[in-house]
Design a protein around this ligand. Sequence first.
Ligand code: MN
Length: 298
Amino acid sequence: MSLQPVPPVVVDLGSLAVRRLLPRRQRRLVGPWCFLDVFGRIAFTDGKPLDVPPHPHIGLQTVTWLLEGEALHKDSLGSLATAVPGALNLMTSGRGIAHAEETPPAHSGRLHGVQLWIALPDAHRDEPPSFDHHAARPVVAAGRGARATVILGSLLGARAEGRTFSPLVAAEIACGASGEAHVPLDPEFEHALVPLTGAARVDGGALDVETLYFMDRGRRELRVAASTEARLLLLGGAPFDQNILMWWNFVARTPAEIEAARDDWERGRRFGAVAAYDGPRLPAPRFTARPVPANPVS
Ligand code: MN
């Protein structure tokens, strides 16, 4: 059961350059996970390296997970929540929400993290939007000199509560120098392993940092051998059986749905306003009806 490497592509978000690992031409989905950006690791003294102005989403959940630093979430429901290492910001767009994410005024001067999207299945994508901040996530031993923080779903007997709509898992695996993580996997899930820091090997092969390693269904365990301290993101989920169309910040099924969402955003309908954000919102790009990801801003 080999690992299939997918290298990142650099995307400039204006205030910050990110490495995008999903969607890529070689791999659009891992279970329901349809988007993955890695940002940082940076150190800064002033400015606001994370500054994504208000923008709309449909058909997805966003997961913001940090290894270092802070990300302040503001949305059109009035939510205000700062993601910090170990805490999860989970936004469910349902039929429509707008949000902004920015470095808060009081910060550590560090930033390193990931932003993920989860495609919502048909049965739930027209529901009202919601936002949840989970201050604590379960942390469990994961082998010799290794532990796992369960971000969503279940792993190693620990369950991370959270609103999800199809079978999935996300976890951060942390290995000490020469630690060895041993993690049982659900063979019904597709998985991806993304090394975020350090040097580690799987199945005898060295892993590249910020590369997505896809693992097909049927795999029952993962063994990660670290030679330095290492942190890795593990994603998994049941294969998503609905064809999705991604354009800008929308996950939909048809070009007409995307066009309607774009029109509603441009006309100030459906999504509401992010009143707590100080500055203009993002205008939608011109709709081109291309059935491929245009350039989601995250
Ligand atoms: Mn967003």
